[in-house]
Design a protein around this ligand. Structure first.
Ligand SMILES: C[S@@+](CC[C@H](N)C(=O)[O-])C[C@H]1O[C@@H](n2cnc3c(N)ncnc32)[C@H](O)[C@@H]1O
Length: 342
């Protein structure tokens, strides 16, 4: 049974066990409760399958003001305010924007810029409000490893990332001369409702992520990126054409491809492999997605036997190079590229 065919109870039980356990005790408790709650499951089942997604529903409840209390308080609030929560679920989408993901992208970004001998032109597909387009404006604390900071400092607390394996950690930040993104619904760092939605998507116990979001939004507001509204498959090639020729283009994405159908994902992978192979202009493709997401490229993401299911995989031009924490909290470099294309 695939993720979309799983029952709503199974989706919430799986989310509690795989994604929330040990990371958000409250979401673990709420989602475990929902999975056994026929009243709430019946309400969720009135939504379209893609709208039953735990992160979307939990974010909507938070947006409407659910108290951060035990399951019975959560349940009472949801039943009392179902119409408002439903309205948010049906009009918003999951747009969690996590600057922390820059910590796992940075080693490759720095290496690409150094190898090509050019500054970076960044294009993020599925950019949300664009927080991941500023890897040169954040500080990083790798453990074990160096702390790397912009020369001018950063208002954002250092992005902490646990390291294992031979990660090619950078000693300095690459120069970024151009940044642009594509999103079906770009969020505006200056719009109060959009900011409230981004805040509602930060998991309850993650005060450090809320602080990071607040300060990273200041970085974006001070120098907003070019954000194109629309589908990534439609806009990626015209946007690459707009990038300056004296820079190396890096197209990247994080936690985006699950929102595309299989056809859309495969089309995007084909486009990126073609553009990366075209040596008339230097272009690299970085993918940071859950390991079940991408197929049809060499070394596609399959978990190693016994591997924790919730990890992401970082790929460079379709080749898997590292397994990572989904919010950028860890990076484990792969010793050998697994040849388990799916
Ligand atoms: C979970 S958010 C991730 C945001 C950002 N990449 C990050 O890692 O912080 C996924 C984003 O992808 C966007 N998205 C989903 N499908 C898309 C598509 N077909 N074309 C463009 N953007 C899309 C959503 O609107 C959303 O903003």
């Amino acid at each position: 049974m695939t993720e979309t065919e799983a029952t709503t109870a199974e989706r919430y039980r799986r989310f509690a066990a795989i994604e929330a356990r040990g990371y958000s005790p409250l979401y673990d408790e709420w989602c475990t409760g929902i999975a056994d709650d026929d009243d709430l499951l019946a309400r969720l089942d009135t939504l379209a399958p893609e709208r039953r997604q735990p992160v979307l529903f939990l974010g909507a409840a938070r947006f409407v003001g659910v108290p951060l209390g035990d399951y019975s308080a959560f349940r009472s609030f949801v039943l009392a305010r179902w119409a408002s929560i439903r309205d948010v679920v049906e009009t918003r989408t999951t747009q969690t924007n996590e600057a922390g993901r820059c910590a796992v992208l940075l080693p490759l970004l720095a290496a690409i810029s150094a190898d090509e001998g050019r500054p970076l032109a960044l294009i993020e597909v599925g950019a949300s409000a664009g927080l991941c387009l500023y890897p040169d404006r954040y500080a990083y604390a790798y453990t074990p490893g160096p702390t790397v900071r912009p020369r001018t400092g950063s208002p954002v607390p250092p992005l902490e990332c646990a390291v294992s394996g031979d990660v090619p950690l950078p000693s300095r930040l690459p120069e970024v001369t151009w940044r642009a993104g594509i999103d079906l619904n770009p969020l505006d760092a200056r719009n109060e409702d959009d900011v409230r939605w981004l805040e509602a998507l930060v998991w309850p116990e993650h005060a450090f992520r809320a602080e990071r979001l607040r300060t990273a939004l200041d970085v974006v507001r001070a120098d907003p990126p070019l954000l194109v509204r629309g589908d990534l498959n439609e806009h990626i090639e015209p946007l690459v054409e707009r990038a300056p020729r004296d820079a190396v283009v890096v197209v990247f994405h994080s936690a985006v491809l699950p929102y595309l159908g299989r056809t859309g994902r495969d089309r995007f992978a084909r486009t990126m492999l073609r553009l990366a192979a075209d040596r008339t202009r230097p272009l690299h493709w970085l993918s940071h997605e859950g390991h079940r997401t991408l197929t049809g490229v060499p070394g596609a993401m399959q978990p190693a036997p016994g591997e924790q299911d919730g990890l992401f995989v970082l790929q460079h031009n379709g080749r898997s190079v590292a397994r990572t924490g989904p919010h950028g909290q860890s990076i484990a470099w792969l010793q050998e590229v697994p040849d388990r294309s799916g």
